[in-house]
Design a protein around this ligand. Structure first.
Ligand code: MRU
Length: 365
């Protein structure tokens, strides 16, 4: 996507491999800063500390992290270390495991001397595949938006939660890909952006990228969604996902489940944009099987913003003595999901629906 007229991605590999740069997303929307990842430790810190975030981008960064380490230590021990260190950074987004297993499976059979070049080639391919997947999700989701636009006057109102935009992927975004394509095709739309406490990815990231793309949007507090749906002000919900089970249970940023409940009560369609690397084919039951990351309480007790003097600062919003709990994700049962939008098409959130689109994966479970 474009930032100030310049094509931009949240992760960029040097031509021919050997270097990686990422946007430091902790500084958005107030500062746009690109930083190099110098090695395995940087790649791990970038994922763990959320310089990069969002399931697809975490997977792409992990692939690059393996490649960075293969430049330094392509031995079996080095490969094992890269997979272990990166695999321990965040527990919920399954794209991390997917990318690391993919890299290990391709590199382990090679002679160590051949691993670095192969790792860079594969890391670049992981990034390009993500772009193609999201673009295809966009085309399938666009049809859903267009169908709503065809039967109503005025803009299609879409509610989204967290950030499943291009900043969460290598490009296009998952939930935003249909939005960007609809905009390109001249469909009038408006996006309700949930602020998404505690890290405010909606306020900091989704709002920033929609503003940069000129997509009409308004920021709302997380608690507003039910009210907006009751008033008929939301035509559809589209969210991303960090891990979706083979039976269609959807794990996503905390608060997603409440949106799905409200959507069901109000008869609003609730869609999940789902790239196939985000499907956990080993799991059927999302409620018991998906590890839910518990992040630092400081993300809840403090908020970050820009002060009147322009300085980006953090303030405490509760008594000093108050501790916080911070589960970062929740699971929306498949029965509350209207449909999954994948790169191969739209399907019901059921084992049969996913198996119909991905028969080769479902068969090897
Ligand atoms: O910010 P994160 O990495 O904790 O959050 C993950 C997400 O970005 C969302 O849950 C998103 O909606 C799914 S990933 C496209």
């Amino acid at each position: 996507m474009m930032v100030n007229g310049v094509p931009c991605r949240p992760i960029r590999l040097a031509e021919g491999g050997g270097g990686v740069e990422v946007i430091d997303q902790r500084r958005l929307p107030h500062e746009f800063v690109v930083v190099p990842l110098e090695g395995l430790a940087d790649a791990a810190a970038a994922i763990r500390d959320m310089w990069v975030r969002g399931a697809p981008l975490i997977g792409a960064t992990a692939a690059c992290g393996v490649a960075l380490h293969m430049d330094r230590d392509p031995s079996d021990a080095g490969l094992g270390e890269a997979v272990a260190v990166l695999g321990a950074t965040r527990p919920t987004a399954v794209n991390l495991r997917w990318a690391l297993e993919d890299m290990r499976a391709r590199l382990a059979p090679l002679a160590p001397a051949a691993r670095a070049a192969a790792a860079w080639t594969r890391a670049a391919a992981v990034c390009e595949e993500d772009v193609a997947i999201n673009r295809a999700i966009g085309e399938h989701g666009l049809a859903l938006i267009a169908a709503i636009a065809a039967r109503k006057a005025g803009p299609v109102n879409i509610l989204t939660h967290c950030n499943a935009g291009w900043l969460a992927t290598v490009d296009w975004g998952t939930a935003t890909a249909p939005i960007y394509l609809a905009r390109e095709r001249g469909i009038a739309l408006h996006v309700w952006v949930d602020e998404t406490r505690p890290r405010n990815q909606g306020a900091h990231l989704t709002a920033w990228e929609l503003a940069a793309a000129g997509v009409p949007h308004r920021l709302v507090v997380d608690n507003a969604g039910g009210h907006l749906m009751q008033r008929g002000l939301v035509d559809m919900v589209i969210v991303g996902t960090d891990r979706t089970t083979a039976a269609g249970d959807v794990c996503n940023k905390i608060g997603t489940y409440l949106k799905a409940l409200a959507a069901r009560d109000c008869g609003v369609p609730f869609y999940v944009a789902l790239p196939s690397p985000t499907i956990d084919w080993t799991l059927a039951d999302g409620l018991s099987g998906i590890p839910i990351e518990e992040r630092a309480g400081r993300e809840v007790t403090h908020v970050q913003g820009r002060a009147a003097d322009g300085a980006v600062t953090e303030v405490r919003i509760c008594p000093d003595a108050t501790a916080a709990a911070n589960p970062a994700f929740d699971v929306t049962p498949a029965r509350l999901v209207t449909a999954l939008i994948t790169e191969r098409g739209v399907c019901p959130a059921t084992a049969g629906g996913l198996a119909g689109l991905f028969p080769e994966r479902a068969a090897v479970r």
